[in-house]
Design a protein around this ligand. Structure first.
Ligand code: SAJ
Length: 441
């Protein structure tokens, strides 16, 4: 049994029993869409949980039982706070009282596509100031293979404590999919890999108390690479779908019909769809953590670079589709009123990070178009000097051309087809409609 890994470590034995008896005091650094749901799951499992976040606003909301994360209703959060199971603070000295600490902070890319490790480093430095023997630290932020061993471990080892004996250190990729009603933190299999086998076992033990399935792997690097493979797989296949769309456009073939028919294959195929570009804080970002690291290892990540290029061209392709559609209607882009339907990075959410709509709007604005938009999730848009407020969907009737960038399910597409003079559909949202005024990607 893996527990025997811990048998001969007195420090490990103490922590192991605290975890098994749910006496371990759990800490979550970073109370965002990953950290808050994780904190709730540990609290629901019976642990005493302390969330640590640099945002006073977030900690105040948590302590008031007021959830700001869509996947966590306040009705779930409030009882956990009221019973003292979950509290939040901005004070890292809380680490002194903790037995386990999960780090769930952002890992953005810089403009140069280099990883921005500042949030991980600053969190670890704060933790290290109060760190002591007997603690388990697990990094969850998506990052390049080697981060845990090369960045986190040296910071914690300054304490003179020995990893795997005096303290335990793991990596476990976050797999939260905001808004996914079927897969939530508790039932998404949790991969975890430690600096030593004893670390892996301690991480496995902790997650096993709160989550349905834990997948231990042999090292932190394997665990770090698992997440990057998952999201690089997605980004590259979206890039392939986009390239197929460019080919079909040139050959006059309906790419949507091709993909739907290919998706009838019951094995060996998984549909991805073209679109106006790649948004979000995971898919466009994570693969470049991998390519940055492999470059250092002397290996070019050519698929990632190529897919990144193709995905990056899609906003231009969408803007050109609009320009050509107006041209065919005898109208220049310059001075035309173009109404954008949907600006969030994907349907039915309010997240604007890396949204392709921002690129398309800027491209059309720079070509002299008068741009407006509708998006029930995004009331205002501030973009390079552009200040736009969301318009009602009826504004489409006054446009020279409408372009569907994000296919929110709440839009009234039937009314749109009736009222708009010309529609460029980049998401196949008008799949069930036929009209000469519809131009598909
Ligand atoms: N997109 C396409 N074509 C597709 C799929 C997506 O153009 O076939 C676009 C979307 O419009 C969006 C971007 O790609 O702009 C990213 O979309 P996404 O569906 O990958 O959604 P994300 O960014 O929320 O990705 C998250 C990831 N979850 C984690 O990293 C834990 C990803 O691994 C999940 O697979 C994905 O959610 C999901 O399946 O919803």
């Amino acid at each position: 049994m893996p527990e025997t890994l811990l048998a001969d470590h007195p420090t490990a034995q103490i922590l192991q029993h605290k975890i098994l008896e749910k006496r371990a005091r759990v800490g979550i650094v970073g109370l965002g869409y990953v950290g808050l749901p994780l904190a709730v799951e540990f609290a629901k499992a019976g642990f005493s949980v302390t969330g640590i976040d640099i945002s006073q606003e977030k900690t105040k909301k948590v302590n008031a039982g007021d959830s700001y994360v869509g996947d966590i209703p306040s009705a779930t959060l409030k009882p956990l706070v009221e019973t003292g199971k979950l509290r939040a603070t901005t004070d890292f000295s809380a680490v002194l009282e903790l037995d386990t600490i999960n780090i769930c902070v952002p890992t953005p890319l810089r403009k140069t596509k280099d990883p921005d490790m500042s949030f991980i480093v600053s969190s670890c430095q704060e933790i290290a100031r109060h760190f002591h023997a007997g603690q388990l630290v697990i990094l969850e932020s998506t990052t390049y293979p080697g981060t845990t061993d090369e960045v986190v471990l040296p910071i914690l080892s300054k304490s003179g404590l020995e990893v795997g004996r005096d303290f335990f250190l793991c990596f476990s990729p976050e797999r939260v999919d905001p808004g996914n009603l079927k897969f939530q933190t508790v039932n998404i299999p949790k991969v975890v890999g430690g600096c030593t086998p004893a670390c892996t076992e301690m991480g496995r033990l902790l997650y096993a108390q709160a989550l349905e399935q834990v997948v231990p792997v042999s090292s932190t690097q394997v665990a770090e690479m698992v997440k990057l493979l998952e999201n690089t797989f997605r980004m590259i296949n979206i890039g392939l779908a986009n390239e197929i769309a460019l080919m079909c456009d040139r050959m006059g073939i309906n790419v949507w019909e091709v993909i739907d028919a290919a998706a009838t294959k019951p094995f060996g195929f998984m549909p991805f769809y073209p679109g106006p570009g790649l948004g979000g804080h995971c898919i466009p970002i994570d693969p470049f953590y991998l390519s940055w690291k492999t470059k250092q290892a002397g290996i070019e990540a050519r698929f990632i670079e190529l897919a990144g290029y193709i995905n990056g061209q899609m906003p231009h392709f969408a803007a050109d589709k609009v320009q050509n559609a107006l041209n065919d209607a005898g109208k220049p882009v310059k001075g035309s009123r173009i109404h954008v339907m949907g600006v969030a990075y994907k349907r039915n959410i309010d997240d604007m990070r890396e949204s392709p709509a921002l690129d398309v709007i800027l491209l059309l604005d720079r070509r002299g178009a008068i741009v407006s938009y509708s998006d029930p999730y995004v009331p205002k848009l501030r973009l390079d000097g552009l200040q736009l407020d969301a318009q009602p969907e009826s504004a489409a009737a006054d446009a020279d051309c409408v372009v569907i960038i994000t296919d929110h399910t709440g839009f009234d597409y039937r009314a749109l087809v009736e009222r708009a003079p010309l529609i460029v559909d980049t998401r196949n949202a008008l799949k069930g409609f036929t009209s000469p005024k519809i131009v598909r990607l």
